[in-house]
Design a protein around this ligand. Structure first.
Ligand code: ZN
Length: 166
């Protein structure tokens, strides 16, 4: 069966930046499983996999716009610690995330991550770690099957590699 909307796809993969730095990979024997056509993986990879079938090897070079977005210098900020409410100030540490409006684009909300906390200042970034990167994916399609009604109503894959919450 070919990958299309509402397919459950199992795949092993590795991904590197254009400079050749390995970013991520599935573990041997533990393919990643996702529900195709619902934006659960980056748009460029979803498009590259459509129409492929079990056993296919797929290589895809994906531009930042179709991966984790362009790098936006306006989203790397140093802000005063006092701008955060008291209860949040206690929680500020690297990795802490919060949503806030884009500093220059009114109405656009961005997920920021705290990178560094100093006495009075906090360095935060709304750029994804892989923003601005062209990514090279090497994928092997392990299995393709139709989603069950239950999976469709939950909006994700079940079973090995999928969600386990039943
Ligand atoms: Zn579920």
């Amino acid at each position: 069966m070919e990958i299309g909307t509402n397919s459950i796809v199992s795949m092993s993969y590795s991904v590197a930046t254009a400079e050749g730095e390995q970013v991520d990979q599935s573990q041997d024997g533990h393919p990643m499983v996702y529900l195709h056509g619902h934006g659960q993986i980056i748009p460029g990879l979803e498009a590259a996999l459509a129409g492929h079938k079990t056993g296919d090897a797929v290589e895809a070079e994906i531009a930042p716009e179709n991966a984790y977005g362009a790098y936006d210098a306006a989203l790397d900020l140093q802000v005063s610690r006092e701008l955060f409410p008291d209860d949040v100030q206690k929680k500020l540490k690297p990795g802490f995330q919060f949503e806030a409006e884009h500093p220059t684009k009114e109405g656009e909300h961005v997920l920021f991550t705290v990178h560094q906390v100093e006495k009075d200042a906090v360095k935060v970034s709304g750029n994804h770690q892989l923003a601005g990167q062209t990514l090279l994916f090497k994928v092997r399609i392990v299995d393709v099957r139709p989603a069950t009604q239950e999976e469709l109503s939950h909006g994700h894959a079940h079973g090995p590699g999928g969600h386990h919450h039943h």
